[in-house]
Design a protein. Sequence first.
Length: 79
Amino acid sequence: DRTFFGTKLITTGIVYNTDMVKTAPASWDDLKADDVASSLIMPSPLYSGAAVIHVGTMVQQPEFGWAYYEALADKGAVA
């Protein structure tokens, strides 16, 4: 019947160094903690398609938006 089902699954997780972080992040908001955000890195959406999708999804959520990424950047996070 020439049916095609395109699939793609992009998963995103939080990985942290237990020697650098006092309390394990349990949510995306936890990444804004001072001891976490100052050492946070993420893939750049300029070079990673998965990062583009992740950022695009996060900024569309009312509880995050661009303000979320601005808060991370203000605390030293880099992409």
